[in-house]
Write a protein that binds this ligand. Sequence first.
Ligand code: SF4
Length: 609
Amino acid sequence: MTICLAAMPWQSLDCPSLPIGLLKAVTVATGRPEPLTYHGGIRWAEYLLDATDGELGPPEYTEVAEEGLFHGLGDWVFAGVLHDDDSFGVTQLRRYADERGLDIDRVTRMRAHAADFVEVAAREILATEPTLIGFTTTFMQNAPSLATARRIKELDPRVPIVFGGGNCDGAMGSALHENFPFVDYVVRGEGEIAFPALLDALDGRTDLAAVPGLSWRDAQGRHDNRQGTLVPPALMPVPDYDDWFLLIAESPVGEYVEPKLVLESARGCWWGEKHHCTFCGLNGTGMQFRAKAPETVIAELTSLVRRHQTLDAIMVDNIIDNRYFRDLLPSVAALDWDLRIHYEVKSNLRPDEIAVLRQAGVTHVQPGIESLVSPVLKLMDKGVTGVRNVRTLRDCEAAALTVSWNWLYGFPTESTTDYDAVLRQLPALVHLQPPASAARILLERFSPYFENPLLGFPNRQPAKLYEHVYALGQDRLTDMVYLFDTDPAGLSDADAEGLHKLIEVWIDAYPSSSLQILRADDEEIVIEDRRVGWPDQDHRITGAGFVAAYRELENGRTAKALAARVAEWGLTADQVVDWLGKLAGDGLVFTEQGHWITLATPTEPLKVS
Ligand code: SF4
């Protein structure tokens, strides 16, 4: 059997496809020949470069890949080819873009080349003479993958086509199989067990009915096998990226990217197992947390770094295993390599954990901060407060640890009153890393809000973006898509305007803002204030009692708890309250729901644009 595995646009150009790397490895482990691979994202970027004399290329590809998801822009580029209709979705996207002030010039120019590219891709894949073609599809890979699969079937109907990946999890995979008859098989759920089982069935060793999570057809019609049990860590192989690194080294796209490794040390979410964040559908049907043994992770990391001479690594885990702070990261630090690792973490990081991350070469974290408003964080079931999140932002800033986060709003029962006190204080936070944006939550499949309409989103329909991607009625779309439109909850758009404006100011001010402790001893702390929007000045905390109080406040305290802790210095509760008010007036503290936290960083900030 000659297998060709394809990852179509909009796979990131700077890293290989993890699903393809994993499926290659599990296929080889069955004793079969190594699958061939088709890195359609790189080929599309090359094609654009060539066809437009460099006017469109990797930078434009990356903009669509990173910014187009919540508007379906990448899918739309290929939607005309998918439906064999040049005009499909054009009017719908124009209307959609007008309503939202979206610039669609770039994707419109790309779309003019989509049909020719799909023709090339289909023929290049068939030129490998495959006896099975697999497409992995996540986020905006559906339309380009389906368009290419459709054309392959026209050119050679004999070659079976299988789809898998995040877009095929649960009901979405069954619906995709039903809606697109040229897709012969869909593997729903994780692939390490199901894909080799499919190969066995296609080899005649077992029955298709025995393949976990497989959607398939026979003379009786369509069948959806039950999804199997989740893959245990011991069966998650080391991904094979050899061909991708060879390809990117030779491709003109290579000049535009810094290749990165993609690893996973765990699947699922230990927090979500107990407190599923109400808006989050990220884990699909695989919430159960499964972490690899620390020695396995370090062996994979070192072997891939050595093999590909690449020190940048993205860990795709949805949340880091807390054991790793003790059992993995110190071993990574001991390598003493100049690694640059990206990890997703829980937002209540302690300073000692941040230090361990930095020592191990973790330079970028995604802590799921989501908001600084405690009542809203409670609605999310995030298990943190606004003050705790501000502390994480402060401590990551101090440790030169890049933080990516978004501000989410639109939660049922949230009100402007919840936000007022926090929004008034945002100008004091401009020296800390801002959110990339503020956005109303969309209803995600698999999330508690999706699963339980009583939580506040009783009315839902497939998100409007799918109208310019699929020529399917709502009844056929409902089971296939991930995002849903609902009646807006929580803040109105007008209410959210203030939040958006404050965040724009924050983003602009951050690169040239700092608030840092210049000097500190037992009698005085000097804080240099160079925040945009605040007068340049040095604040002095003087006297042993107030210095001790400031140190206590760095951990976050209520006024009452703080007063109790500094009573030995002779400070009364009233004096503490007055002093907190003065700090608040100077923007040196953040306070919410009776808790207070200091804002100055203890070190000179390192701002990276
Ligand atoms: S938002 Fe993060 S912490 Fe919450 S359930 Fe999803 S993956 Fe887990």
